[in-house]
Unconditional design. Structure first.
Length: 274
């Protein structure tokens, strides 16, 4: 067990150099919910872009395209009609965020199963976790060690009933072992655990993160680093620390829309140019 500190992962942050272009900075995809549930995905996509992903694309049901299109600029948009189409459209992605406001239905299950067959590292959050209540084995069967699950305690209990009785650190480690994926157990002291036994407790939690959408931003931040091929455990640790630091820097009155705009300040404090 260790304290999550920039000393662990700072040297692995994926900074661009003079030869970098957008395609070498990684491609991040974010799957949106239906027309009345697009905000979470838009938050995640913007956060991924701010974390340095060179190309970010939102994938949405066709009826949501007219809602999302006026609300994005640098982020691209691709509608998809079913799970097979989503799998085809996401083939070029390096990382993919799926679950925020996705819907608690079989379409979400089908979408996760479909995209898991591709090469993208997955960040699964929110509805993408809760929809597997009572059948967590179906989710674990499609994961690999590069994937990241980001549950709060309620979502964690749905996937791992009774495990929290062991305490947060032991629970996160056992959950990661069962899922064979990185687990980010969110809370004031977020615990990040990997299947190989690495575990870190985040020390800089901020009460300003207790606002709707902050978890969606974190998912996008992790996805943005994964798209740039950062190790999944390091990416989860880095994003969690930066997320909390950004919230503390903003302070009272912060809403989730503010978080992506605070990221450049925190990233600049971590950047050590040659």
């Amino acid at each position: 067990m260790q304290t999550n500190d920039p000393a662990i992962w700072r040297k692995n942050l994926p900074w661009p150099d003079r030869n970098t272009h957008k395609h070498t900075r990684g491609r991040l995809g974010v799957v949106s919910g239906r027309a009345h549930q697009t905000g979470a995905a838009r938050l995640a996509a913007r956060a991924g872009l701010r974390m340095g992903a060179g190309l970010v694309r939102l994938f949405c049901p066709p009826e949501a395209a007219s809602v999302i299109a006026p609300a994005v600029e640098a982020i691209m948009l691709t509608p998809f009609s079913n799970a097979d189409a989503l799998a085809r459209e996401t083939e070029a992605m390096d990382a993919l965020v799926i679950g925020p406001a996705a819907g608690l239905d079989e379409m979400t299950v089908a979408n996760i199963s479909a995209v898991s067959q591709g090469g993208a590292a997955l960040v699964i959050d929110a509805d993408g976790l809760s929809v597997f209540k009572g059948r967590s084995g179906d989710l674990f069967a499609v994961l690999d060690r590069d994937d990241v699950l980001t549950p709060h305690e309620g979502e964690f209990e749905r996937l791992f009933p009774g495990l929290m009785d062991q305490g947060r650190e032991k629970a996160a480690l056992e959950a990661s072992r069962r899922a064979q994926a990185v687990v980010v157990l969110k809370g004031f002291e977020t615990v990040i655990a990997a299947p190989d036994g690495r575990c870190a407790v985040n020390p800089n939690g901020s009460p300003w993160l207790a606002t709707a959408g902050s978890g969606d931003v974190l998912s996008g931040m992790i996805g943005g680093l994964l798209a740039q091929r950062m190790d999944s455990f390091d990416a989860a640790c880095a994003a969690t620390w930066i997320h909390a630091q950004a919230a503390s820097a903003f302070g009272p009155g912060m809403i989730s829309e503010d978080l992506p705009e605070m990221l450049p300040r925190v990233l600049m404090s971590l950047w050590k140019p040659d």
